[in-house]
Each structure stands twice: as structure tokens, then as C-alpha cells.
Ligand binder design. Structure first.
Ligand SMILES: [Cu+2]
Length: 110
């Protein structure tokens, strides 16, 4: 009986560690509707290690660049487009348009 209990506890702890790896950081979503002309740069606080979804809608065809993480994506006019990545580098990163050079967001990852 004792042997069985040890086994249950062991497998339970294995189960827990495999689900929580490496840290339990909840995912975050930030929605941005770009205007023309663009609004002032918004600051977005992101927890280090969180899976971040940036959902960006632009009034005209555009292209986004997430500095530091070096993600680029085309943004078709009027269609919400998701950019999904794990914010695994601490620091401040600009999210800008590569068409108008407007800096839409500053991501502050910490
Ligand atoms: Cu850029």
C-alpha cells in the first residue's frame, strides 16, 4: 500500500513539472487598431516568458516590425493580424510600421 502511494505521488509530481515548464506565466494579448495618422506610441508591459499575441489592424496595407525579436509581418488593410511569440528577452522593444515608420508600441518585457 505504501509503495503504491509513493508511486502516485511520484507520477503526480512528474505530471505537474511537465505542465508548468519553465514558469507559469499566463499568455497576454494586446489589440492595436492603427489610425491614420498614427496615435502616439503606447507602452505595453509584458511579463518575461509570456506568450504574447499582438493583434494589429491597420487602415491600409502595412508591414510590422518587432525590433529585437526581429519579427516582420505584412498587415492587410482592415484585417486583424496576429503576431504570436514568446517574450523571452527582457528589455524595451519598438513595434513599428515599415511603411510609415510610425512607432506604434514600446514593449517593456520584464
Ligand atoms: Cu523596424
Amino acid at each position: 500500500m505504501k509503495k503504491m502511494l509513493v508511486c502516485v505521488v511520484l507520477s503526480l509530481s512528474l505530471f505537474l513539472t511537465s505542465c508548468g515548464a519553465p514558469k507559469d506565466v499566463p499568455p497576454q494579448t494586446f489589440e492595436l487598431s492603427v489610425t491614420s495618422p498614427a496615435a502616439p506610441t503606447q507602452k505595453v508591459e509584458v511579463a518575461l516568458g509570456a506568450e504574447l499575441t499582438l493583434r494589429i489592424t491597420t487602415p491600409v496595407d502595412d508591414a510590422v516590425h518587432v525590433h529585437g525579436y526581429e519579427i516582420e509581418k505584412d498587415l492587410p488593410a482592415g484585417q486583424p493580424t496576429d503576431i504570436v511569440f514568446v517574450a523571452n528577452m527582457a528589455g524595451s522593444y519598438e513595434v513599428e510600421s515599415h511603411i510609415t515608420d510610425a512607432v506604434w508600441l514600446t514593449l517593456v518585457v520584464s
